[in-house]
Design a protein around this ligand. Structure first.
Ligand code: PEP
Ligand code: MG
Length: 753
């Protein structure tokens, strides 16, 4: 078998197990045999004790497993870890760092190759192979071990957390998993796992009480699938060649009480939810078939999967309806979307955890605007094991804790109380003016549209809506809303804020915002068909939306229109042409409307460099820092793997923001910022110092921003900006700001790095 095939097989096999010990023992077994060596071992780094522990071995004395430990920098293993690179030695004992442990019985082995196991820049441990003869492992062997280690690191990290979580019932061990802070705050509640559609590998392990009902439900689904197959056989059986025709019989036999069907029923009788029982049995069979080298038997894995999916589909219909959410629901999922969040009744939802996503994904933005503590990008979270477990979501540090002990629980309850008192303090600036020390006035605007309930904070200092995201109304339906439906929705929004202006953004779909009824499949959705690009290609969608906005504004006249994702002047001109056309049409239909101001969003670097050309064509400019940061830094705002590179305080982003405001002011066009940076108190401070005099943010951030701005003078803000602009990297800028605020007793207000 070639290397790639071997690698793939080992990774697959290890991936299929959920506990660390089994995963590691498979790794050492397979590595030893694939590399034809005498010893393969895994040492894992114990962060708390600061030592390596022998966790699995093939070749060394089994009694040493779990017992032999090495201090952090000790021995050859320690050297591999310290250097974070492979060490390949002909004779290990010759190396000055060599340490011999009697209990392992390793004195016989001369050749040594150790490679670090790195996961997201963190050292997890060291993978070692040894051989009796003195010899150097060759380049291809070294490459094999390095590749394998890189592939397995994620699996090991995942198995570590999963293992802890599955052992938890009864034990006192706390399991922790880290992600990215998505929305600040602490939530203590019960996990409800979202499983999308019919994916066999994404079914949560759930127990039920009504076992008999569950069995009946499964048997009904089984019968439906049998009927479907029998029907298909009647339809096609005669016309198919004999071999293909026989497949129907194979399927029917597999579903038999003595085969898969029976196994699943037995599992259900153990108390499992039908879907969980089904997934477990089917996945085990698929896994076993896949381990075989026989291509014919591998094909059978596909058959089992096909049947599993059919059964799951039949079961799915009946389970949608019965979803109940506990009082303190923590919604957990592989990819929780903003729309999914809306499915949980607001009064039950206390926290959210998503494996995918990053601090500026739309999910995080929605969660922040709703004030729901959220962790995103929790890549190692064993989602399917969490159903029904008590969890703590720490939205400040980006951590999820399962099975908290009493001490920990108390500590978090304390934090909840502290948050409540900070909120109370912030309430003091409610209805006060957004004026800096010394009198400089800032316009504070709201971002709306993501949350369905309109119980928005109507602080008297709010000047209007700086960004109304229209896409939510589209996302919550199963078809495009009609002109009349849109008109009603927009009217409600315009009325709620009149006479204050409302900036309505035209439909901004694509990227991570998809409509189920208008799917867009792309390799690079953030560089693809997004925002204005979609709507200009579909003027019928665009015009209907503009017409609805115009009609909704009759008598209120507080509408302003904003265009997302502008990257060329042509897009601005084309959009303006369509808006004017709609204006004429709607006026001719007899509606008494006034022409709204139209603004362009600056979210793409190209638009920064053409800011003058764009600004002269529109009435105002609104900067979307979320996308601008993503595109300036080439960092997908939704990808947790690169989340550590996403910084709105990056010097390049700050410089771009300065260029925009300078140009807009030069041509006398009002400009504001409506990305998340405007709602981060320190970001707001920098923006104000640059010259932006209007900031738009979600209601959840308004008081914090106002509170900080009222404590600082414009001159102070400018001097901070000058210092920051002289710095060359985002980390330094972040720590500098942190220190500065702490000195003034204003710490705790800086957003996550
Ligand atoms: C932005 O990109 O900063 C913005 C406000 O738009 P959205 O987050 O909806 O893409
Ligand atoms: Mg945007």
């Amino acid at each position: 078998m070639d290397m790639l095939e071997t690698l793939k097989k080992i990774t697959q096999e290890v991936n299929a197990v959920s506990d660390l010990a089994t995963a590691l023992s498979i790794i050492v077994k397979r590595v030893k045999s694939a590399m034809v060596t005498h010893v393969a071992s895994v040492y894992l780094l114990d962060q708390q004790q600061n030592c390596y522990r022998l966790m699995a071995t093939e070749g060394l004395n089994q009694a040493a497993v779990g017992k032999v430990t090495l201090e952090y920098a000790q021995g050859l293993v320690g050297q591999v870890g310290l250097r974070e690179e492979p060490i390949n030695l002909e004779n290990a004992a010759d190396h000055p760092s060599y340490r011999y442990f009697e209990e392992t019985g390793e004195e016989r082995y001369h050749a040594f190759l150790g490679v670090p196991i790195m996961h997201r820049r963190k050292l997890l441990g060291v993978l070692v192979v040894q051989q009796e003869e003195s010899r150097c492992f060759d380049q291809s062997e070294e490459a094999f071990l390095v590749t394998l280690s890189a592939q397995l690191a994620g699996v090991i990290a995942h198995a570590e957390v999963t293992g802890l979580i599955t052992q938890l019932s009864g034990s006192q061990k706390v399991a922790k998993c880290s992600g990215i802070p998505g929305s600040a705050g602490i939530a203590i509640g019960v996990a409800v796992v979202h499983s999308p559609g019919v994916d066999l590998s994404a079914i949560p392990k759930r127990m039920v009480e009504a076992i008999e009902e569950e069995e009946m439900r499964f048997l009904a689904a089984l019968q439906m699938v049998r009927d479907d197959i029998a029907q298909a056989e009647r339809n096609f059986g005669q016309s198919l060649p004999k071999e293909e025709g026989a497949l129907f019989d194979v399927y029917l036999r597999m579903l038999d009480q003595h085969a898969l069907g029976g196994e699943i029923v037995l599992k259900i009788r153990e108390g499992y939810w039908a879907q969980s029982a089904l997934a477990e049995i089917i996945n085990t069979h698929i896994h076993n078939f896949n381990l075989l080298d026989d291509p014919y038997l591998k094909e059978r894995a596909m058959d089992v999967k096909e049947l599993g999916i059919r059964l799951l589909t039949k079961l799915g219909v009946s389970s949608q309806i019965e979803r109940k959410y506990p009082e303190r629901t923590i919604l957990v999922g592989e990819e929780v979307t903003a729309a999914l969040l809306m499915e949980v009744p607001r009064e039950c939802l206390v926290g959210v955890v998503s494996v995918r996503g990053s601090a500026n994904s739309h999910l995080a933005i929605v969660a922040r605007s709703m004030g729901i503590p959220t962790v995103v990008g929790a890549l190692d979270l064993p989602v399917l094991q969490l159903e029904g477990r008590e969890l703590i979501v720490d939205g400040y540090r980006g951590e999820i804790i399962s099975n908290p002990n009493r001490e920990m629980r108390q500590q978090y309850e304390q934090m909840v109380l502290r948050d409540q008192s900070l909120q109370a303090e912030l309430q003091q600036v409610r209805d006060q003016e957004a004026v800096m020390l010394g009198g400089h006035k800032i316009g504070l605007w709201l971002n709306t549209g993501l949350v369905t309930d309109a119980s928005l904070l109507l602080d008297q200092s709010v000047e209007g809506v700086g960004l109304y995201r229209t896409e939510m109304a589209f996302m919550l339906r199963d078809r495009f809303p009609s002109e009349k439906e849109q008109e009603v929705i927009y009217r409600r929004q315009l009325e709620a804020f009149a006479p204050r202006p409302v900036n309505m953004r035209t439909l901004d779909i694509g990227g991570d915002k998809v409509l189920s009824y208008f799917p867009i499949y792309e390799e690079n959705p953030f560089l693809g068909w997004r925002g204005i690009r979609v709507t200009l290609d579909h003027p019928e969608i665009f015009m209907v939306q503009i017409r609805a906005m115009l009609k909704a504004s009759v008598g209120l006249n507080n509408l302003r229109i904003m265009l997302p994702m502008i990257s060329t002047v042509f897009e601005v001109e084309e959009a303006l042409r369509l808006i004017h056309r709609s204006f004429v049409e709607v006026s001719e239909e007899g509606f008494d409307i006034v022409m709204p101001s139209v603004g362009a969003m600056i979210e793409v670097p190209a638009a920064v460099y053409q800011i003058l050309e764009i600004a002269t064509r529109v009435d105002f400019i609104s900067v979307g820092t979320n996308d601008l940061t993503q595109y300036m830094l080439a960092v997908d705002r939704n990808n947790p793997r690169v989340a550590n590179l996403y910084h709105s305080y990056h010097p390049a982003v700050l410089k771009a923001l300065q260029i925009i405001i300078n140009a807009a002011r030069a041509v006398g066009k009002p400009s504001s910022v409506c990305g998340e940076m405007a709602g981060d108190p320190v970001g707001a401070l920098l923006l104000v110092a640059m010259g932006y005099d209007a900031l738009s943010m979600s209601a959840a951030h308004l008081l914090k921003v106002k509170w900080l701005l009222r404590k600082i003078s414009f001159a102070q803000a400018q001097s901070i900006l000058r210092e920051v602009l002289a710095m060359d990297n985002a980390q330094v800028i972040h720590s500098h700001l942190e220190l500065l605020l702490a000195k003034q007793g204003l710490d705790g207000l800086l957003g996550p790095m």
